[in-house]
Ligand binder design. Sequence first.
Ligand code: AQP
Length: 328
Amino acid sequence: MKRVLSGIQPSGKLTLGNYLGALKHFVTMQDEFESYFMIVDLHAITTPQDPAALREQIESVATLFVAAGLNPEKSSIFLQSHVSAHAELGWLMTTMSYMGELERMTQFKDKSAGKESIPTGLFVYPTLMAADILLYNADFVPVGDDQKQHLELTRDLAERFNHRYGQTFHTPEPLIQKFGARIMSLDDASTKMSKSNPNEGSYVAMLDEPGKIRKKIKRATTDSEMRVHYDKTNKPEISNLMSIYAHCAGLTLEQIEQEFEGKGYGDFKKALAERVVEVLEPIQQRYEKLRASGDIYDILKLGAQRAEETAQQKLQEAKEKMGFLLPR
Ligand code: AQP
């Protein structure tokens, strides 16, 4: 059975972008692949986090994984920090990388732009991500197109390692949704919807209550043409909202254009808000129940045990090839 692996950072409240671009696909994939889905808490600290907030976010994201449909009997659901092989192989991968290739990463450029002091963790983030993937011999890594460059680096590092030390790592393929993989901000269609955006109005959080979702969508930026028509270049804002509609309702863009022909943005936004609520409300209900039960701790324990088994084996193999003396 082919193996799939992916993760989400607990660096804020999960957004509709995280759901439509990642989590929703994880859920369908678990039926087809041997699945590892993790909460990448070690990645979250590449930007400063308040400890109490981080703890809450980790538990919340883990609970949302299950509430959204990940099944602990089908998928290994775990915290990255519970499997120490990630940090260890992360260091080994850092030593395999070059400054130049890390400096070229768009996400690093975006996240460090305008900062006076740039955290080193932000810079070496892709080498830890490479370790995350390579530890499991993952065949596929479902990510949004914003992560594609990191995947390419992972492949380069794996090939470099294999070339230097002999065949050890499997080179993974990215799985990127062809259309609409990237959900953009509600207030600015030139930046992606992001959970760490300080402007709450820029995203719909998966746990936003219906009233809040309606308000945020009502306030979303649009153009002055008042025609529901998909044109990413000239009408990026409405195109983004249409893309969200298409994903939530399971409709094509043409069907949406037909549905709203002759109608204005007000009607469209109202309908869109209902579609989003329809998708998120059942997840929120499951979330409340699971959170109250405390069962997530057992789920994470089981996931970490399964992940640990696979990850340790690969780590030991890599260390041995590099010349480390393994304990006897
Ligand atoms: N706007 C988005 N549209 C589609 N997919 C998205 N993803 C994130 N934002 C969108 C996908 O979600 C997964 C998890 O991402 P992550 O948490 O590891 O980091 P990220 O890509 O940096 O996500 P955020 O929400 O923007 O987090 P912050 O603000 O902390 O940086 C990935 O598969 C990503 O593609």
